[in-house]
Design a protein around this ligand. Structure first.
Ligand SMILES: Cc1cc2nc3c(=O)[nH]c(=O)nc-3n(C[C@H](O)[C@H](O)[C@H](O)COP(=O)(O)OP(=O)(O)OC[C@H]3O[C@@H](n4cnc5c(N)ncnc54)[C@H](O)[C@@H]3O)c2cc1C
Length: 401
């Protein structure tokens, strides 16, 4: 029995480790294919953009930890999946599978707004390691001659938290350097209100973020549809133009090209339709987890905002999928549950801890709290998670996301 996992990040690693724990080695061979040979703790990319961490600090090489657990690792880029034949094609090879798990994450759809960057336009981003490094280098240059800044998200974005983090962190850094008076900050978001986060808001999030933005003198525009980013400005659909010498706008996401280019696998955006066990709706021997999965928005909003897929949610999906595959191969129970989300947002000098359970309203738990202790928890958790993934453990203490 051959189980092939595409992706070596939150989803792919969690599935591979969890399956290895559940299935005997002589019953099945597990292989992880990833185009990037390092696991990178993506939630720390805002710290890379702020120059607080390097990519080396937040990553490790995948091969040895996987092989120690009896999981093969192949560093290669998948170009196409043929679900009818049960084959995965890379540029130089093809791999057969009995069970396939797709955990290929996202593609930044920078083409959605002219000027989204950094490699397609003058805007900046932090959705990937090279983009976070570019944001860091250009931010350092900007500090030499500061001016107005616009931070936010493009219409259809789903990963909104990092834009808030970046706005809070630059506010904090600029104040410490006594430069804040030279840098008006505008936050633009497609959300109908602050703290919506693509999940309809939760608890007192709206009041909390409105208060924090007011306190920090960060001007904000909600239901904002960014239509163009130039080297000097950010333009909205209603004609408003903000002067900006540094614009960091989070793009909407699409599914990975390899998935989008494989007929019959994904929806038009390249995301994969799944059932409650994260099993493909048409191909029962394919599961998908994490950002690769198609999850509908919670509601229609005047400017589109999509449903987020966090690392914490990805881990939960991966464990449900692994249990389902293991149940099919060796018997046992397949279970599923509603996803919950727990996040810690760095606010510069302190942090906010947020819990929404389940993520989709109505909820049993909607909680927010703020304090310096959450910043320590976030720092601790980033290191703990790297350690845990290197060791091949798949359990996390409940309070740390
Ligand atoms: C800036 C930022 C901050 C975030 N902060 C948080 C946070 O604080 N808390 C939180 O819970 N979540 C956060 N998230 C979300 C979290 O990072 C994602 O939910 C998580 O990374 C999704 O994991 P994944 O395995 O689905 O995909 P990814 O992490 O995107 O990994 C995709 C994997 O697939 C591989 N791959 C892709 N295409 C191919 C191909 N063609 N062939 C072979 N391999 C391929 C890649 O190499 C990679 O290994 C943040 C995201 C960003 C961008």
């Amino acid at each position: 029995m051959n189980i092939l996992v595409i992706g070596g990040s939150f989803g792919g690693l969690t599935v591979a480790y969890d399956l290895r724990r559940r299935l005997r080695k002589h019953d099945c061979r597990i292989t992880v294919i990833a185009k990037e040979r390092r696991f990178i703790f993506i939630p720390s990319l805002p710290w890379v953009a702020m120059g607080k961490k390097s990519i080396a600090d937040i990553s490790f090489d995948l091969e040895r930890p996987l092989e120690r657990k009896g999981i093969s690792f192949v560093e290669d880029a998948v170009l196409r999946i043929d679900p009818e034949q049960g084959k995965v094609h890379t540029g130089s090879d093809s791999h057969d599978y009995d069970h396939l798990v797709i955990a290929t994450g996202h593609r930044s759809a920078n083409e959605a707004v002219p000027g989204l960057g950094p490699f397609d336009g003058p805007g900046h981003s932090l959705m990937s390691p090279p983009e976070a490094e570019e944001a860091r280098d250009t931010w350092r240059a900007f500090l030499e001659d500061p001016g107005p800044v616009v931070v936010g998200c493009a219409p259809g974005a789903s990963c909104l938290g990092p834009a808030y983090e970046f706005a809070f962190e630059i506010d904090h850094m600029l104040k410490r350097r006594r430069l804040r008076h030279k840098v008006p900050i505008v936050f633009v978001t497609p959300e109908p209100f602050l703290g919506h986060f693509g999940v309809g808001g939760f608890g007192k999030a709206q009041q909390f973020f409105e208060g924090e933005f007011a306190q920090r003198d960060i001007r904000y525009v909600t239901s904002a549809a960014v239509t163009k980013i130039t080297a000097e400005s950010v333009e909205l659909a209603d004609g408003t133009t903000f002067e900006s010498r540094y614009s960091l706008i989070i793009p909407p996401l699409g599914g990975a090209r390899a998935v989008a280019d494989s007929p019959g696998l994904a929806n038009p955006k390249g995301f994969i339709p799944v059932d409650r066990h994260y099993r493909h709706k048409d191909f029962p021997n394919i599961h998908a987890v994490g950002v690769a999965v198609a999850l509908p928005p919670v509601e229609d909003t005047p400017v589109p905002v999509n449903f987020p897929k966090t690392g914490h949610m990805t881990e939960q999906m991966a464990k449900i999928a692994a249990r389902d595959i293991a149940a099919e191969i060796s018997g046992g129970e397949s279970t599923s549950h509603e996803l919950m989300a727990e996040c810690i947002m760095d606010m510069g000098g302190e942090a906010a801890h947020m819990v929404a359970d389940p993520v989709r309203p109505p909820r049993n738990v909607s909680e927010m709290s703020k304090g310096r202790r959450w910043l320590w928890a976030k720092r601790f958790f980033a290191n703990y998670f790297l350690w845990k993934m290197k060791r091949g453990a798949t359990r996390s203490p409940k309070w740390v996301w």
